[in-house]
Design a protein around this ligand. Sequence first.
Ligand code: NAD
Ligand code: IPM
Ligand code: MN
Length: 346
Amino acid sequence: MSYKIIALPGDGIGPEIMSGSLEILSQLSQQFNFSYELESHDFGGIAIDNHGTPLPDNTLSACQQADAVLLGAVGGPKWTDPANRPEQGLLGIRKALGLFANIRPTTVTSETSHLSPLKESKVAGTDFVIVRELTGGIYFGEPKHWDNNQAVDSLTYTKAEIERIARVGFELAQKRNKKLTSVDKENVLSSSKLWRQVVNKVAADYPDVEVNHLLVDACAMHLIVNPSQFDVIVTENLFGDILSDEASVIPGSLGLSPSASFSEQGTRLYEPIHGSAPDIAGQDKANPFGMLLSVAMCLRESLNQDDAATHLENIIYTLIKTGKTTTDLGGQYTTSDIFNFVKENL
Ligand code: NAD
Ligand code: IPM
Ligand code: MN
C-alpha cells in the first residue's frame, strides 16, 4: 500500500527542519520497505506571498485527500496584517480537517535528563501527554472582533466538544498509566464549569482510570515542581497551548517537542509544537528533533511503521546522549550537521 503525504514546510525555520526530515523519511522508506507519494504545498506566509491567502484551496484539498500532513511552522514579522495572517491558515486547516485532538507528549529519558533546566532528580521518569482540544474554545468562539477602543474574544464549548476530547484523554490513559488530569479554570470560567461536569460524567465509562482536576494556574506550577506525577493531561485549546510550551522545556528545549493532531476519522497532521523562530531563521541553527519526532509519530500512527519510528527515535536519543545537538540543547552543531548525523546512523 502506498500512502499519500503532504508536506507544508511553511515559514522561518519551517523549510529548514522539513527538507532534511523528508530526506530521512525517504531513506527510512527504503530501509523498512514502505512506499508513499509526497507533495509539498505553500502554506502560511509563503502562501500569502504566492497566492494572497495562507491556506490556498489547492493546499487544503491536497491535505484533505492525504493520509498524513507534515507541517513545519508558519508566521513571522513579515506578515502582520490582522486580516491576512499565516496563523489564520493554521487555525483554518485544523478546523477544515476537523483536527480536534492534539497530542503533545513530553518524555524525559535517561539520555535527556541532564539537559533539563530543572534538577535531574525532579525530572527523572517524566512521561506524560497533553491532550489539547484544538478546534474550539477562545480561538474560534464568536463574537470575536476588535477596534481601537474595545476587543472581544469568546470562550465557547459545547458538551459534545468536551465529551469527545475527554474520551480521547481517557482512552489514551487506559493504554498508559491510567491517570488522567483534567485542567480547567472552574473557579472563574463558565466553560470550565461545564468542562469539569462533562469530564466527571465521562469518567464513569472509564472506571479503571483515576481522575483528578487541577486549576490551570496550579497545574503550571505542578508541572515544574513534580512533572513525573502526570500521565495524561486533558485540557482546552488555549490552556493546552500554553502548558505544552512550558512542558516542552522539561526535557530541555521547545525544539524537541512533537505533536500529532487527529479528527474523528481522516487525515492526521504532524507538526513540532514550536513556531517559525524568526530570531534564528536562515542561520542553520534550528533544532530539527521536534520535526523528526513528529515524523516518527506519523510513521507509527498513519503509516503503520512502528519499527521505523522506534529506529528514528532511538537515533535521536543516542545523538542527544552523546552531545550531538544544536545550541538550544547546549551542543555546537548546525541543523545540517544533525541531519547528517541522523542519516549516518540510519
Ligand atoms: P517560536 O516557537 O517560534 O520561538 C520561541 C523561541 O524558541 C525563540 O527564541 C526560538 O528561536 C526558539 N525556538 C523555537 N523552535 C526552535 C527550534 N526548533 N530550535 C531552536 N530554537 C527554537 O515562538 P514565537 O517566537 O513566539 O513565534 C514566532 C512565530 O511563529 C509567530 O508568528 C507565531 O505565531 C508562530 N508560531 C507558529 C506555530 C506553528 O506554525 N505551529 C507555533 C508557534 C508559533
Ligand atoms: C501552536 C501555535 C498556534 C496555536 C498559533 C501559531 C496559532 O502556538 O501550534 O501551538 O496557538 O495553536
Ligand atoms: Mn503554541
